[in-house]
Write a protein that binds this ligand. Sequence first.
Ligand code: GAP
Length: 423
Amino acid sequence: MEKVVALAKRRGFIYPGSEIYGGLRGFWDYGPLGTELKNNIKREWWKGMVYERNNVVGVDAAIIMNPKVWEVSGHTEAFTDPLVECKVCHKRFRADHEGELKKHEKKHGESIEWTEPKTFNLLTEVYLGTTKPKQKAYLRGEITQGVFVNFKNILDSTNMKIPFGIAQIGKAFRNEITPGNFTYRSREFEQMELEYFIEPDEKEAEKLFNYWKKERMDWYVTYGMRKENLRFREHGEDERAHYARFAEDIEYKAPFGWSEFEGIHHRGDWDLGRHKLIYKDGETNKEYTPWVIETSGGVDRTTLFFLINAYHREKDRIILKLHPKLAPYKAAVFPLLANKPELVKKAKEIHETLIKKYPVAWDARGNIGKRYFSQDEIGTPWCMTVDFETLKDDMVTVRDRDTKKQERIAIDKLASFLENELE
Ligand code: GAP
């Protein structure tokens, strides 16, 4: 974990938020490469969940909503975690995180004493306007409610018919008691969610719950997460969120233990029922409150686990074996020698052509070995080198990050090579 955190900082994936002022617990900034990785994850998710399906549409709702939304959805009352405080040093902990409590108990030995657990609401309050009293509102604790409040708008402005889905990606905020494990538990994070509206029927719900479970697990495997590091875990009755009838997590075997990064939830009619929203079947005229099967993934946790999953060491070198579609740069172009203008000119021409279609790095520092080393660390799948032969045959050496195999490819075939590989 420490190695991944160090690499993330050193190479510009993830930095502590507002670091020059000592940071702020639970807030992180994404650097140039982290931004690309995160955007690639979101783009591929959107492609798979929205573009490749004819019954899913997207929304991008406001982060701050009328506070009534959170009262009606039950979040002001039930979106809580149990909190205990150490009476010795006044540090606060989640009462349900046994491992962290035990670790802390060891620190104080016999003298440890805990307060009684208290419930602590996770919604982050904000105050709007200039005149007092200012209007209290909340930063959304889940992006989901932005979908439900637009349910009628979507029905009125599209031709969606049940079963159909509404997808959204966006920021959520939780006033976590103990942010930690790098970006894993943050106070500001992004979610990528699908709310799938179905007829209120147990059999249908079970079928679609299992369908989405499989779809989501397969998605992570397709993009390179190793199967042995993934598992489902069913929520016990006592740990289910207030809106869920049934829930299963997808967990990753992280260095800090099996950890949830996506939840599949059967929300039943909880949300639409509470917001008093109904659906009218255009053919039968039957009116009902649809049920919802939800897939709720965390973009930051997914990014972290893709990084951990991709991290490989070979002797003294790090290789980030990211899926090419997720890799920040798809390729890098080098002149074999930086002090030979004819090589630099040719390499620059190639680079300028390729960057019109793909993010492609340029590197003319040091020797070729160091450049491979540097690109491997950030997961660039292919390095393209212009050498003296190139000046004669218009071909470059393309080196594969994972196999280290090198092949000569004609300059005018480089774009189609990348296109085929990234298909
Ligand atoms: N709409 C349902 C919902 O929000 P959740 O299980 O509370 O469900 C879904 O959250 C996902 O959001 C989690 O699986 C996780 O990936 C991400 N997430 C939740 N809290 C987080 C936090 N404090 N930091 C980072 N990601 C978080």
